[in-house]
Ligand binder design. Structure first.
Ligand code: PLP
Length: 394
């Protein structure tokens, strides 16, 4: 079948491909440890589930406004105003079917053919694909060894064609958190150069002391047209399958995204929006639920770091946020196993452990390991990785 030319520009999501492989092996009865999936293994907090069920019972099953329930847009604006001292109104907020849709709409609303988008690597897998679908050109920005984006990295990569920068902190896949002073310098650079800074803070809830997350929303009033902030319920409230996210930007951009949304998904699922509202309104319950998840992630992170540290040749920088580890596996690559993809394939086929190769995130020589799985699985999976890697060490 003849497909549109744009389809040859994009690849299926590699992280979803890894999960599919893990599921296929499992369905054949193989005991697979899945470190591939970037999804909390927790249930959605019970007060949010109850609100969704109640909404269904109450007959909340009609279209809502395409940009989301006004009451939810208002609640998101007030929550951000409370946290960051901003003066946002609901016109600055669009509710989307996940953070992914918000990011896609931003690319579609802002990019014209040939516009360059600066993507610090490692980047989340969908960023370059969305940029290409929107007619833009991803420009990969390499970082220093600590994988922290700095203003100087952008200065080196920017050209007169640059239109947008996508910054994700805490980072998927590296877990790196950009310190406040660097973020402010990045924000100034984008504003001064007239670049749209897309600030993806989907993992903002999961930080490990002493690291802390600084939201650029604090700079919203001074940034003019130069800032769009993307958030998600998927990770914070373990709601991946419910598909709920949002974007905060100037009113003109939000209206443009709303127009796109009105001709594509229309509103995010009505009863799920009510669940999102409960997550904001029942603040104490939400804070307790998020704190419990965070505590468990912190314990898993320590356990996983301890196990990875014991593997000779593997180098790991402790992640400051999110729920991923991104070890440097270059010591295990050579004539036998040449790339991170080959290593990831070997691990799933021979050790039955799913990981994602660094190349999927624009960074060869690394593997992403998600620790959004039980401590038992972490112990088991990392001991399998240890056994599989030792014979390859150079
Ligand atoms: N941004 C980053 C960095 C992510 O890792 C993800 C999901 O994995 C998303 C955005 C989108 O999440 P969702 O569409 O589930 O809200």
């Amino acid at each position: 079948m003849k497909l549109a030319a744009r389809m040859s520009l994009v690849q299926p999501s590699p992280t979803m491909a890894v999960s599919a492989k893990a599921r296929a092996l499992r369905s054949r009865g193989v005991d697979v440890v899945d470190f591939g999936v970037g999804e909390p293994d927790f249930d959605t907090p019970v007060h949010v589930r109850d609100a969704i069920i109640q909404a269904l019972r109450d007959g909340v099953s009609k279209y809502t406004a395409a940009a989301g329930l006004p009451v939810l847009r208002e609640a998101i604006a007030s929550e951000k105003n409370r946290l960051h001292g901003t003066d946002l109104s609901k016109e600055n907020v669009i509710v989307t079917a996940g953070g992914k849709m918000a990011l896609y709409e931003l690319a579609m609303a802002v990019l014209s053919k040939g516009d360059e988008v600066l993507l610090p690597a490692p980047y989340w897998v969908s960023f370059p694909e969305q940029v290409k679908l929107a007619g833009g050109e991803p420009v990969v920005v390499s970082l220093s060894d600590d994988l922290i984006l700095r203003r100087s990295d952008l200065e080196r990569a920017a050209t007169p064609k640059s239109r947008m920068v996508i910054v994700n902190t805490p980072s998927n896949p590296s877990g790196a958190v950009i310190p406040k002073e660097d973020l402010l310098a990045i924000a100034d650079f984008c504003r001064d150069r007239g670049l749209l800074l897309v600030f993806d803070e989907c993992y903002e809830a999961f930080l490990y002391p002493p690291a802390s997350h600084s939201s650029l929303l604090e700079r919203f009033p001074e940034m003019g047209d130069s800032l769009a902030v993307v958030g998600s319920y998927s990770k914070t409230f373990a709601m991946t399958g419910h598909r709920l996210g949002f974007c905060i930007a100037n009113q003109e951009l939000v209206a443009a995204m709303g127009k796109l949304q009105s001709h594509s998904t229309s509103n995010p699922v009505a009863c799920i929006q009510v669940g999102g509202l409960a997550a904001l309104q029942m603040r104490e319950e939400s804070e307790r639920a998020v704190a419990a998840m965070k505590e468990e992630y912190a314990a898993r992170r320590s356990l996983a770091l301890e196990r990875l540290d014991a593997i000779p040749g593997l180098r790991i920088r402790p992640p400051d946020g999110a729920f991923y580890l991104f070890p440097d596996v270059r010591a295990f690559l050579g004539p036998e196993v040449e790339t991170s993809l080959a290593l990831s394939e070997k691990l799933i086929e021979e050790a039955h452990v799913a990981t994602v190769p660094g190349s999927a995130f624009g960074m060869e020589g690394f593997l992403r390991i998600s620790y959004a799985t039980s401590r038992d699985q972490i112990e088991e999976g990392l001991s399998r990785i240890d056994q599989a890697l030792r014979p390859l060490a150079r």
